[in-house]
Design a protein around this ligand. Sequence first.
Ligand SMILES: C[S@@+](CC[C@H](N)C(=O)[O-])C[C@H]1O[C@@H](n2cnc3c(N)ncnc32)[C@H](O)[C@@H]1O
Length: 225
Amino acid sequence: MSLTIITTGDGSHSLRNEALNETYHSVHGALQESVHVFIRNGLEHRLRDFHNESLSIFEVGFGTGLNALLTANYALENTVTISYTSIEAFPVPGEIWRTLNYGSTEEGQKRFYSLHEAAWETEQQIVPRFRLRKMHITLEDMILPASSFDVIYFDAFAPNKQPDLWTLPMLEKVTALLRPGGVFVTYCAKGQLKRDLKSLGLTTDTLPGPPGKKEMVRATRAVMG
Ligand SMILES: C[S@@+](CC[C@H](N)C(=O)[O-])C[C@H]1O[C@@H](n2cnc3c(N)ncnc32)[C@H](O)[C@@H]1O
């Protein structure tokens, strides 16, 4: 796997997978995209009418660990306990993630490193109120119990680069993991994706995208039924 570190429009790093000629985040700003799509429109949105003590998140593509870091920061700064499960088919090598500019303070960098250094397959406490379970597995092979997550961060490579991860059966497999009232968020806003999510019985909203991108999608599983 050939990966190149790039600096995106907001100054935060991302990676380019050279074989796919695809970046891990928006070139307009990796940090601002992750905050907008996953934290604000996924996690924060779900918390608005959430009455349980702890919330569980499933991520497709651990990658650089940026979404996990932002979510751990959120748990630290707010009174919510998060259990975070992330799958990754091709873990980013240490010599690459160690050079990413994601921990802005010494503490933040330590936290970022501990996400990457955490053992695979077992749940680990990273900071108070944030537990991480990384699974080294493909989405195709992943098996997790249905109705076990409140928020899904669907952060696979784009449909034109990895069409197999965006098929109706694959979306059905992923969204079956949502609890009633749970939300699936992604940076992609393709018409076919929206039609597929609707056909799976989810309420699908097209939301404004992060800077540089017009739209994104959030799909919600009904509370009843
Ligand atoms: C768009 S990147 C985003 C990664 C991550 N969320 C981040 O913020 O860096 C997509 C990720 O999905 C991973 N991936 C590719 N194919 C996969 C598969 N079949 N199953 C699980 N993960 C896969 C890639 O290795 C990559 O890390």
